[in-house]
Structures are given as structure tokens and as C-alpha cells.
Design a protein around this ligand. Sequence first.
Ligand code: ZN
Length: 275
Amino acid sequence: MPEGPEIRRAADEVEKALQTSKVLEVSFAFEALRDYESLFANSEVVRVETKGKAMLIRFNNGYTIYSHNQLYGKWYVRKSYNYPKTNRQLRLAIHNEKKSALLYSASDIEVLRDEEVDFHPFISKVGPDLLNEHVTVKDLTERFTSNRFCKRKWTSLLLDQAFLAGIGNYLRSEILFVAGIHPELRPIDCTTHQIEKAAEAVITLMNRSYKTGGITVDPHLAERLKAKGEKRSQYRHFVFNREGKPCRVDGTEIRKITAASRRCYYCPTCQAKMI
Ligand SMILES: [Zn+2]
């Protein structure tokens, strides 16, 4: 399932394709949106923003197309009016002279006036998106220690899009490992040092995963493991999907638990429980 970094990469690709020239045509699969199609002829795409797993395509005609990929949505960028071979249903197509940006399978697509965007039910609730906004370690430490969030477990907070946008299951395990935080802890149980490390880990890992296309271990380690012949699926993470394998720092066996109904991985030594 794509997380924030994967959506931001898709958004970069869509933005690049759509900014090459004026829009020729937009078509929607959903009947309720068809009346909007004529509004987009000859419009220009100003930018493509992301808010976690939601994408906002901003046009110069005062309208924004909102889409949320949920579990199955997938973007394809192709030469103009070229469609991929797929069994997926085409839901939104944006064409210009050179390129087509095609969204398949997503069911959550809306057309909003620009001034309505901030009041949209998802956008108005969602937390800051580090890949789209300038967010500092200080902003994050304040958020982690606020009354609103400090008494909830990290494992539930990190998946809550109202806390931070764009973190999904693999990033959750990886962030807690890098911060040295046991998955059963809450921010209120942590030292100031751990809170700061968590803030740094969120920023570093979101950006790294965005740049590398989903690799969370640091680049030197990735190179070393690759040189040893490990496959991408074997070297890409510190703990996620590595149950029973040795910790990359101290060799302890990685454990898997279920937290907030999703699988979560951790190292019992690096992430000791200290309540
Ligand atoms: Zn360890």
C-alpha cells in the first residue's frame, strides 16, 4: 500500500507531465463529475500538492481536483491518449498534447473550488505533511508532547493521519526503531532525547523514502548490503518485514507484534521498554 513518499513521487510525475502544455481534455468516470469536464479545457496545471495520501491538482481556472488513492488507486503517466494494458477501471484522465495522466481504481475523486479545499472533510482534519510543507524538529516535538497527542501510544499515533500525514505501516516501524522507542510507549513515557530523536527520524525517513522510492536504511548501509548480494526486499528496511532476522545494529532477533491492527516490527535491545 502506498504511503506518503510514494504518493509524493506519483505527484511529481503527474505535475511534470501536466505542466508541459495546456490541458486538452479532462474526463471523469463518475456521472456526478461529468458536468465539470468542460471547465478544464484549455486550463493549465499550476501545481500538484499532496496531503498524506491525498493529491490536489491545482488548475489556473479556480478549481482543484482532489483524489485519494485509498488502497487501490494508481496513477499512470503515458504519452498522450496512450492507455496501459490493465484490468483496472479508469476513473480520471487528464490529457495534454504530449502526455496523459491517468488515475485508475480510485473511488474518491472530487472537483472543488480552490476556496473549498481547506474545508474538505479529509483536508481539514489531516495533520502536517512533511513532504509538502516546511516542518521543523521543534514543530514536531511540540506536536508529540501536546495534550492532544501525548497520552496515545506511538503505534496508533503514527498511523493516524490527523497526527501526521503520509505515514503508513512500514514507516511506523522504521521511525520507532531509528528513534529507539519501544512500540508500547506513548510520547508521555519518553525522555526529551527520545522525543527529539522521533522528530528527527520522522523528517529523515520520510524524505529518504521519498528520494529512494521506499528505502529507509541509510544509503551507506544500503550500498554495503547490496554489494553483499542482498536483494532490495532484503536490505531496504531496518526492522520492517524482518521478523527473526538479526538487528542491523546489535544482532538481536527482530520481533513482530500486532499494534493498532497492523503488523509492527522492533528490536527488543535498541528499543528497550523503560517505563
Ligand atoms: Zn537492535
